[in-house]
Design a protein around this ligand. Sequence first.
Ligand SMILES: C[S@@+](CC[C@H](N)C(=O)[O-])C[C@H]1O[C@@H](n2cnc3c(N)ncnc32)[C@H](O)[C@@H]1O
Length: 474
Amino acid sequence: MPNQELKTTYTTAEVADRAGVHKDTLLRWLRAGVVAEPGRDRHGWRLFDEAQLADVVRYASASTTPILTSSFSSQSSALGDEIKRLQGIDWDFTGAKTDYLTHGLHPYPAKYIPQIPNALIQELSVTGETVGDIFCGSGTTLVEALTLKRHAVGVDANPLACLISRVKTSLLSEDALGSLLELASHADSLAASITASAERGLFGAAAFASKGSRPPLEEIGFWFEAHVIEEVAEAKLLAAGLTDEAARDAAFVCLSSIIVNVSKQDSDTRYVRRDKNIGPGDTLRRYARTLKDAVRRLAEFADMREPRFASNVLCASVLDAPNVPTLDLVVCSPPYPNAFSYHLYHRTRMLWLDMDQPTFKREEIGSHRKYSSKGKNAATVYTFSAEMQSIFRWLKSALRPYRFACFVVGDSTVGGQRINNADLISKAAEAHGFRRVADLERTMQANKKAFNPAIGRIKTETIVILQNGTGSAN
Ligand SMILES: C[S@@+](CC[C@H](N)C(=O)[O-])C[C@H]1O[C@@H](n2cnc3c(N)ncnc32)[C@H](O)[C@@H]1O
């Protein structure tokens, strides 16, 4: 039998693993001083001894004490330990890594950093419960809920958001991952041959013509170079040919993730044209790179996720009171009035993916388009307030009584007036029996959240914690 040395020191990752929490969570606890800082090795890395490991494991199991035994299982007005713990957290998460696992699969405007839902889920729910995000966007909350061994339910009216969320939370088989790698290598060789043909003097579309379908030229001609259209059409054709549905969806998400970069759309949140000098072969090469990166992320996620915790994504407007399983916790970041226009930023992506963009445009809450339009149909702050009222009317029965809905919100500007969305949303919630039990302030790092400073000028956010005081679910 080999002579095994007894292990007496542990790295941060090993301690987090033993405690069953994410490494970022452990780092947060260390920063907050709720577990003791260990010593460091000669390179400055933390090294925990047995006793320190035991302390962290003890703290982690205490922090998953069922909340239903807390003061918030009743109408008590006393602040519970959960809220005190939330108030002790530094919500800025400065320097935290945010694109781990499937979080880095696809860009999304105003996507929040995963550390926010991670901390809220840990403090306000327990293993096995169901966490909902009623504006799930790119699925940040859902990924965190699954890694923390909760079931996840997402709702979004944007079909692209739903596709991204589904893929980010899906469990792909080895075969499915293999088929994506084959697709990547095929796209790579095709890219090399297109570049070679172009260098031999066959420029533009003449270097390669795809048999794949594409949106009408009058819709996309303004936004894409002719040779890019051929390569995107080919990437779409190759993706559609995958037999495994989850692999096919992942291939479409990879394609969608490169669309804005290879188009002339300035950026994810600027719908204006700019030439970008995309050469023949570049699009398929980029697609291949994205596929390989996605396989690595999806495999890593599949490794750490337990299949018994399910994710369910509904493509619906929350204004239509969608039918969801009873939720134990809601964590979301709603659209703000006049801040973004998701239907516009995602227009070219949705065209390529044959998605119903006009319906989403109609259903989208808060869109800059609706607030900047002229005439009697222009949206106002009252429109947003009425929408929030209707959402809380539905949410009070979708969320278990006395449990929490956490809304991450910033201010926005409507008709030159600054709107305090945290107050506006809380008022709508209070009208339906919710209690505003805490406001947690955070400063956003501009480089960590895709936001549009020209429209919203959002620098700080509030995490409003609302308790379902008189809910009727059971
Ligand atoms: C701030 S984003 C959420 C981002 C998300 N937290 C993430 O990390 O990716 C707000 C979302 O609300 C969605 N939305 C807008 N109107 C909606 C409606 N009527 N019903 C459901 N979702 C809607 C938008 O499509 C967008 O994805």
